[in-house]
Write a protein that binds this ligand. Structure first.
Ligand code: ACO
Length: 382
């Protein structure tokens, strides 16, 4: 028997692909999509432009972007049977589960010849980018007993989603803030859900199954689900003085409990997306007033830096996103589905890259069980 390879829990630091989609240097908080700094993309682009960049690998010309936008607008609607499917689900269920179910079902309505057909792939990309927001908004309406709102053919991607929630055209500041939030969440290299997408894609299954599996992975509290828990964490701090917040953090750390919205496998400084989201929060507050959660968050960030900054534990993207979404009037349990609305672009970019030089994922394992055991018949077992 050859020597067993080293086991690396969580595959930390093990390269799973060669990629040119997202560059991160966690030691200095650097994040780039296709080589463009996130700060520039957040300031200068729309989500549609960034999605095009991620999926096709280059910034679009005006004509290319118009065509891409129009194709997405044409694909925003849902088949009535997908809406019927959502209506059969329990209204108390998790929105991420409803989204997984509806996206998986899409594969039955949009069957292609094969994933190797470029036209089928291109159409699948457009459909998934366009319809995932519609599913999330439709589910939110259906569970409340309301009819889904038909997507607009006039509004941009971010504005249309906010419009489909309540039927009101959002303010330009709300649209800008939400659009940037979508850009910031669109891609982040080999995180759990993206790895899931690549593994599923490597089997040459259809893109709807790829995205459905990635959504399931994103739902967990250690990944996308953390953004929903940050607000309840902040609300759970009863003494909101600096001393009270410090004591709360010390108690939590002493019990070895994680503080949601802090820490990252890759970043050992403040996540650059958290910095941008914090800036967006202050823009919203300047216009619409601050929230108690924000003040607690800022103090908690200060105290945590003092307590665990030395271990490289700083706010991640989820720390300020919930505060921003709350101010936009979005229900807390839609925060993770909104992450999925945005991350679809990254998952699809990785699927296309995976297919370029595909080899099915098949890692190995380290056997720790007993081998060659003598079978025990039922009447002799204790
Ligand atoms: N609060 C307190 N301590 C923390 C935190 C935290 N949020 N995160 C890490 N630590 C500590 C751990 O207790 C551990 O300490 P130890 O060495 O003394 O035992 C050390 O830092 C390393 O932590 P791991 O969990 O091993 O780090 P890993 O890289 O595996 O996990 C993760 C990263 C999952 C993000 C982790 O930091 C965490 O659970 N954070 C809270 C959940 C969260 O915010 N998730 C969102 C991440 S961003 C995203 O997915 C979009």
């Amino acid at each position: 028997m050859t020597d067993a390879p080293e086991y690396i829990p969580g595959l930390a630091g093990v390269p799973a692909a060669r990629s040119s989609i997202c560059l991160i240097d966690g030691s200095v908080g650097k994040l780039q999509y296709r080589g463009y700094p996130i700060e520039v993309l957040a300031e200068r682009c729309s989500y549609e432009e960034v999605a095009y960049l991620l999926v096709f690998g280059r910034l679009p010309t005006t004509t290319q972007l118009d065509e891409f936008r129009n194709q997405m607008i044409a694909e925003r609607g849902l088949k009535f049977r997908i809406i019927d499917l959502l209506k059969t689900l329990p209204e108390s269920g998790e929105p991420m589960d409803a989204l997984t179910a509806a996206v998986a079902a899409m594969g039955m309505f949009y069957k292609g010849d094969h994933i190797s057909d470029p036209e089928f792939l291109r159409l699948s990309v457009i459909r998934l980018l366009a319809k995932v927001p519609t599913i999330v908004a439709a589910w939110d309406r259906i569970r409340k007993g309301d009819d889904p709102i038909k997507p607009s053919t006039e509004l941009g991607h971010a504005a249309n989603f906010l419009y489909m929630l309540e039927g009101k055209v959002p303010t330009s500041l709300a649209v800008k803030v939400f659009d940037v939030a979508l850009i910031l969440h669109a891609e982040h290299s080999m995180n759990a859900s993206t790895f899931t997408a690549r593994v599923t894609g490597s089997t040459l299954t259809d893109p709807y199954a790829v995205v459905a599996s990635a959504i399931g992975s994103l739902a967990g509290p250690l990944h996308g689900g953390a953004n929903e828990q940050v607000l309840s964490t902040l609300d759970g701090i009863s003494d909101r003085s600096a001393n009270g917040i410090r004591r709360w953090a010390e108690d939590r750390l002493a019990r070895k409990e994680k503080v949601m919205g802090f820490g990252h496998r890759v970043y050992k400084v403040k996540d650059p997306r958290a910095t941008i989201l914090q800036g967006l929060a202050t823009q919203l507050f300047a216009k619409f007033g601050s929230t108690p959660e924000y003040d607690v968050a800022v103090e908690l960030e200060t105290q945590m830096a003092d307590l665990v900054g030395g271990k490289g534990i700083y706010p991640n993207v989820d720390f300020y996103s919930g505060i921003v979404y709350q101010k936009l009037g979005i229900p807390t349990d839609l925060f993770t589905p909104i992450f999925a609305i945005s991350r679809v672009a990254g998952w699809l970019a990785h699927l296309l890259e995976q297919l370029e030089g595909n080899r099915i994922f098949r890692p190995t394992q380290i056997w720790v069980g007993e081998a060659d055991r003598a079978f025990v018949s039922m009447d002799e077992r204790s």
